[in-house]
Structures are given as structure tokens and as C-alpha cells.
Design a protein around this ligand. Structure first.
Ligand code: AHM
Ligand code: MG
Length: 355
């Protein structure tokens, strides 16, 4: 008679092995159900992004022990923000990871005034990588969570004048998007338009392994995530929303200073992240092409909603590479509630599921 305990042991062993073998590149190919050139390219793009993430995670994990990792470079970037050494390092990591890949023709990031074009002596691909190398830079020097955000678009036309005008299109043009979260563990969350999937970096393997497939954001959640230090710089409608939330039972404020971490929590628990315009910056702080549009793409793919407060975020067409948008992102019902305040028609919470 067969020994059932041995068989079931084998079954769990096989399952665990299969899970460990679900790497990022394999997962992309499985999603696309193809080994054709487009699928191979997308799989290779994700692998390179994963490599950049591993290099950045390695540097961050040793930052407190090494000279010259933390602090400012003394430069100011195109956004008018002080550049940190980690911002510069992470920016260069992505360039190094893609320069010889033959996958991209250009990279554009928060830290570069203009796109970086792959030099002619290197293989040139047909995709563009847009990225924020370190999201939440102010957290870096204090050993708090930070992230990287990425978005992939296909080059349209020849871009002969080198101005990358074809990038000035809505977020619907994204082929893939996601983020890497450098927290207690390093996680990569991505979508190629077929759901949202989370991978955890297994340090013993040096691989991103599937941790959570087809993530669905709850329709309503308890978290509101906003920098209330800007309260008196907001429009009255945002102040009214926040006052309203203060009076509602069940809400919790969570704001880490790094968008990636805050959105990661909201993807799992539900809730809303807001970065509205202020009197000084009516378009808010966050940039469309490499911050808000990729996260909007992810959240929509998870069944949530991405808005500027007055229109669908993924419909916004930027007028320049570093254009900003106000952001209201998260669970569908929470986002609609914020929108109703902005449109001066506050909806009663009773129409929403209680938290
Ligand atoms: P960064 O990419 O320069 O770090 O800026 C983006 C970050 C977001 O991660 C975060 O939500 C926001 O800026 C915090 O800004 P503030 O300090 O104004 O609340
Ligand atoms: Mg940023």
C-alpha cells in the first residue's frame, strides 16, 4: 500500500519548488502566453528592472556602513529639489542596467532634465523606460522605506529631433508599470495590463519570487494618506473632505513620506492617497509620467480608481516631460468620495460601505 504521507509530502515539496521557480521573467511569459519577440522583450525588460532594484536594495541595505552613500550631492535637479547621493546612484543604476540591453532607445527620469538617449555604439531598442529612481528621497538618510517607480512605453515615430514629443501622451499608452518597495523586504509590484502581481526578493536566491498574484484593492478602506501639513495651502474642498474624515469613525491617517510605501499599504488594505494642488503649486508635487501615471495604471489594474480630483488620471496628457498632476488614488469608493467634495457635491458616507 502506498504511503500517503510520503505522497502528500512530495506534493507540498513540488508546490514549494514551483513557487520558488515563479520568477519575474517566467511570470511575464506565462501572462502573455507567448515566447514571441514581444513577450521576450517584455520579460527581459522586467528582468532588467528587477536587476536595478536588486542593486539599489543592496546599496540601501549597507548605506549606514559605507562612506559616500547618504546625504546631498550639493546639486539641484530640474524639479528645483536638492539631489541626494542615492538619487544620483539609483538614476545611474537604471541607465547601466539598460545601456547595453538592446531593449530601450531612451530613459527619462525625475533626475534628468532631458531623456538619456542610448549612444549609437550600443544596441538600440524600441521601448522607453520612464522612472523615479528614488521615490521618497527624504526618507533615505533615516533608514525609512523608499521606492522606485517605473513605466514602459513604446517609442512612436523616429524622434528625429531628440525632443521625445511622443512621450507627451496619456497614461493609457503605458505597456507596463510598477514599483519596487525597499522596506523590511524588497518587493516588486508590476502590471502589463493583465492584473497586478507582487514579487518578494528572496535574498538567498537573489531572485524576485511571486508572492501575491492578481491583487485586488478593496472597494473601500480605512486609510487616508495625505500630508496634512499643507492643510492651509489647500483648496477649501480638500479641507472640507479632511474635516469630514476626522469626524467619521473608522478612518486612520497613514503617511510615510514615500508614495510607494503608502500606495503599497492601500493596495492591500484599501483607502485613499491624496496629493492635491496647493496655493503655491496648483498641480501639486507629483509628476505624471514617472510617478502618478504608473501608479494610476497599477491601481486601475487592481480594480481601484486613479483621479486628479476632476478627471481620470490616465486621460491626462502632459505638456512637458516633468509635468505634474494632483493625485487622488486608491479604493474606488474612497476616491469617488474625495471627487464629490472637489466637485462641490459631497456625497454622504452612508452611500459607502462602512469601514
Ligand atoms: P521624491 O520623488 O522627490 O521623493 O518626491 C515624491 C515624494 C512622495 O513619495 C511623497 O508622497 C511626497 O513626495 C512627499 O512630499 P511632502 O513632503 O511634500 O509630503
Ligand atoms: Mg519621486
Amino acid at each position: 500500500m502506498a504511503d500517503k504521507s510520503v505522497n502528500s509530502g512530495n506534493f507540498f515539496h513540488e508546490q514549494a519548488l514551483d513557487r520558488d521557480c515563479t520568477t519575474l521573467s517566467r511570470h511575464v511569459l506565462q501572462q502573455l502566453k507567448s515566447f514571441g519577440p514581444d513577450a521576450q522583450d517584455l520579460s527581459a525588460l522586467m528582468t532588467r528592472i528587477g536587476l536595478a532594484g536588486k542593486l539599489i536594495a543592496r546599496r540601501l541595505s549597507r548605506a549606514g556602513l559605507m562612506e559616500g552613500v547618504l546625504g546631498l550631492t550639493g546639486e539641484v535637479n530640474v524639479q528645483g529639489e536638492d539631489v541626494k547621493k542615492m538619487d544620483l546612484f539609483a538614476n545611474e543604476v537604471f541607465i547601466a542596467a539598460f545601456k547595453q540591453s538592446g531593449l530601450v532607445c531612451r530613459l527619462a527620469s525625475e533626475e534628468m532634465d532631458k531623456p538619456y538617449y542610448i549612444p549609437e555604439n550600443c544596441p538600440i531598442g524600441r521601448y522607453t523606460l520612464l522612472y523615479d529612481p528614488i521615490d521618497g528621497s527624504s526618507n533615505v538618510d533615516h533608514n525609512l522605506n523608499v521606492g522606485s517607480i517605473f513605466s514602459i512605453r513604446q517609442q512612436e515615430g523616429e524622434d528625429l529631433d531628440g525632443t521625445a514629443q511622443d512621450l507627451l501622451q496619456s497614461g493609457r499608452k503605458q505597456i507596463a508599470a510598477g514599483y519596487i518597495l525597499y522596506g523590511p523586504s524588497t518587493m516588486l509590484v508590476y502590471s502589463i495590463g493583465q492584473g497586478v502581481h507582487a514579487f518578494a526578493l528572496d535574498p538567498s536566491l537573489g531572485e524576485f519570487i511571486l508572492a501575491c498574484e492578481n491583487m485586488i484593492i478593496p472597494d473601500h478602506g480605512p486609510t487616508y494618506s495625505v500630508n496634512e501639513g499643507n492643510f492651509w495651502d489647500w483648496d477649501e474642498s480638500i479641507r472640507q473632505y479632511v474635516r469630514y474624515v476626522h469626524r467619521q469613525p473608522g478612518y486612520s491617517a497613514r503617511y510615510s513620506g514615500a508614495l510607494v510605501g503608502d500606495i503599497h499599504r492601500i493596495l492591500f488594505q484599501g483607502g485613499v492617497f491624496l496629493y492635491p494642488g496647493t496655493t503655491k503649486n496648483p498641480q501639486g508635487k507629483l509628476r505624471l509620467l514617472y510617478e502618478t501615471a504608473p501608479l494610476g495604471f497599477l491601481v486601475e489594474q487592481a480594480g481601484g480608481k486613479a483621479s486628479t480630483g476632476s478627471e481620470n488620471l490616465l486621460d491626462v496628457v502632459p505638456d512637458h516631460l516633468h509635468a505634474r498632476t494632483p493625485l487622488v488614488l486608491g479604493s474606488r469608493q474612497n476616491v469617488e468620495l474625495v471627487e464629490s467634495f472637489i466637485q462641490n457635491n459631497p456625497q454622504a458616507e452612508s452611500t459607502f460601505v462602512q469601514v
